[in-house]
Design a protein around this ligand. Structure first.
Ligand code: SF4
Length: 286
């Protein structure tokens, strides 16, 4: 028997394995990419915190051997914002699902992007509320069958890259769980950026979304991702909306710079408080 350690293992709480994710689910693949991104980017894990919300993806916080927080539904971004502002030296990653981040947490998502809070948001998008039984989510494509839309969804879906770019994100990318190398590289790149970064990862939910829509199992979905994805770096995000079985535009769509929230705050206090301002971000009270 080999003594070689899987390179991912040091980043996992192995005592909690086996995990709860269904066979063919893509979430575990994203975690594998995440740990490889940590290795590739030589990120100091002592200065890294990971925050998850509620849902199947929210369970990531419990499986990684990092300082991690499994928070309340839709509130991963506010928890992460507080963490980042209290300890700016931390690299704070938000790891959650499309339902958690764009529905109950949607308001936090757009305002964190608007403020350019220095967070790295990994959004695993399986196009549905998975953990709670397969209800329509803000990302569910038109015509898809869900437990709350048995005749097909007719609500227009969010185009998440377009939403966060419009709100102010400085880095926006989309990959699928088929694009493991590109995804890991994209995560590693985002770790080096300062500001609000958003990576959407399309991921199968064979148990609820794929089964109800007769789209096959996890392997069939990998074939769909392989055959129907088109890499278009720099594509206008207005053109990357998803449909149920159509083309999936993937790539890095946005990579730009602007002052993050803390820098803006520092400039304001330096301007208004003059010599009462001691050094970046630290004020003399009283
Ligand atoms: S319900 Fe869907 S998203 Fe949740 S673990 Fe199972 S396959 Fe994955």
């Amino acid at each position: 028997m080999s003594n070689l350690l899987n390179p991912v293992e040091p980043f996992l709480r192995m005592e909690r394995i086996p995990h709860i994710w269904c066979p063919g689910c893509g979430i575990g693949t994203t975690v594998n990419c995440f740990t490889r991104a940590l290795i590739e980017s030589k990120t100091d894990v002592q200065k890294l915190a990971l925050v998850s919300g509620i849902g199947c993806t929210g369970r990531v916080a419990g499986y990684v051997k990092l300082d991690s927080f499994h928070t309340t539904h839709g509130r991963a971004i506010p928890f992460a914002t507080g963490l980042k502002l209290a300890n700016p030296n931390l690299n704070v990653v938000v790891y959650s699902g499309d339902g958690d981040l764009s529905a109950i947490g949607g308001n936090h998502l757009i305002h964190a992007a608007r403020r350019n809070i220095d967070l790295k948001v990994i959004c695993v998008n399986n196009l549905i509320y998975a953990m709670t039984g397969g209800q329509t989510a803000p990302t569910t494509p038109n015509d898809a069958i869900t437990s709350t839309a048995p005749y097909g969804s007719y609500e227009p879906a969010f185009n998440l890259p377009h939403l966060v770019e419009a709100a102010g994100a400085i880095y926006v990318a989309r990959w699928t769980t088929y694009h493991v190398r590109q995804l890991a590289r994209s995560m590693a790149e985002a770790f080096q950026k300062k500001g609000f970064c958003f990576i959407e990862v399309l991921s199968p939910c064979p148990t609820l979304y794929q089964r109800r829509n007769k789209l096959g199992d996890g392997l069939e979905t990998m074939k769909y991702y392989k055959e129907c994805s088109k890499v278009r770096h720099g594509a206008p995000t207005s053109e990357v909306a998803l449909s149920m079985t159509g083309e999936i535009v993937v790539g890095k769509f946005v990579d730009r710079e602007r002052p993050d929230y803390r820098e803006l705050m520092q400039h304001r206090f330096a301007d208004t408080l003059g010599d009462r301002y001691v050094e970046a971000g630290e004020l003399v009270c009283g």
